[in-house]
Design a binder for this molecule. Structure first.
Ligand SMILES: Cc1cc2nc3c(=O)[nH]c(=O)nc-3n(C[C@H](O)[C@H](O)[C@H](O)COP(=O)(O)OP(=O)(O)OC[C@H]3O[C@@H](n4cnc5c(N)ncnc54)[C@H](O)[C@@H]3O)c2cc1C
Length: 293
């Protein structure tokens, strides 16, 4: 187990913003995880979260060691069930599956997080979502929850409050790998052409409301290119907020607040953030106000 005090999130998070984590513990074994109490934040790969510039008090946990492992639990003629540790990166999982001649998890292609984060967020793309291939999750002390017991929906993992994912059982497939490889390549090329992947961001900031695209709504109210300090509502894709270098968390939050406020005012749609926000913020910025009743 490694313990870091006052470790800035900006060194770990994809936005390159965020103040010190009072106590960051990297656990390597199940026993170390079970011994931790009062965990305030579970940090995956930091690709979908925001904390204030003042930082976050309490204990943050991150996964190393055995939590980055991958094992085959059941090997059938078509389907294979795998156990992936919460700290395993999606990209590493996909590369390892590909080498084993396995597919079925293409929904994680281009999602720069860990398996734990993918479960918590029900990560997904145009190729599907994690819920489609999740069999069960394992928590601290071997607690196991079957997929059917989790109310997963669009970008929502449905985990019980405070549940820490230690590993996920996932269904992979031996069938259709060539087709999946082509679909992944097309999908990644489309993202590269339409998203500002050359600058730090956390991907889509807001969920797409039913029947709308969050990015198009933000664009329609004239906010493409709107800036607070070095944070910008991307010119390329308005549902991305990018860091041009040296942005503060407060700048990112100002962009979030401005997009939410103006879209609500001009279109009546209350955007729901996909990004996970932790810590204390000025009340005029966060939480975002619900629409008037
Ligand atoms: C360039 C870019 C593109 C992206 N594209 C996509 C996309 O196409 N589709 C998509 O769905 N997302 C996308 N994202 C967002 C992000 O990658 C996903 O939400 C990802 O699943 C987050 O995983 P993470 O490990 O980085 O989690 P973090 O960002 O570290 O954490 C996110 C949330 O998950 C919780 N969490 C993390 N690990 C655990 C665990 N083990 N147990 C319990 N809770 C946990 C955290 O506490 C937090 O609430 C993108 C992000 C970027 C930067």
């Amino acid at each position: 187990m490694r313990e870091l005090l006052n470790e800035p999130l900006f060194r770990h998070g994809y936005w390159r913003v965020g103040g010190p984590l009072e106590r960051l513990v990297v656990v390597e074994t199940a026993a170390e995880l079970a011994a931790l109490v009062d965990v305030r934040l579970v940090l995956g790969n930091g690709s979908n979260l925001l904390i204030p510039d003042a930082g976050l008090t309490g204990t943050t946990v991150r996964f190393g060691g055995e939590f980055r492992g991958l094992e085959v639990l059941r090997d059938g003629p078509g389907d294979v069930v795998l156990r992936a540790g919460a700290g395993l990166l999606n990209a590493v999982l996909l590369a390892r599956l590909d080498r084993l001649g396995l597919g079925g998890l293409g929904c994680l292609a281009g999602v720069p997080g860990t398996i734990g984060g993918a479960v918590a967020m029900n990560a997904g793309t145009a190729l599907g979502e994690l819920a489609d291939c999740l069999v069960a999750v394992a928590g601290v002390d071997g607690q196991r929850i079957e997929r059917g017991m989790l109310p997963m929906h669009y970008r929502h993992g449905g985990l019980p409050d405070g549940f820490i994912v230690a590993a996920a059982e996932l269904r992979a497939s031996r069938v259709g790998l060539d087709v999946e490889r082509m679909r992944i390549a097309d999908h990644l090329a489309r993202r590269k052409a339409t998203q500002p992947l050359d600058l730090p961001s956390c991907g889509s900031v807001f969920k797409n409301p039913a029947g709308h695209h969050a990015g198009r709504l933000i664009e329609s109210v004239g906010l493409k290119g709107w800036r607070s300090g070095a944070a910008e509502i991307s010119e390329r894709h308005a549902n991305f907020i990018v860091n041009h270098g040296g942005a503060a968390s407060l700048d990112v939050m100002s962009c979030i607040r401005t997009a939410f406020g103006r879209v609500l005012q001009q279109t009546g749609v209350a955007l729901v953030p996909e990004v996970q926000v932790f810590g204390e913020w000025p009340p005029e910025l966060w939480p975002l106000l619900p629409p008037p009743a």
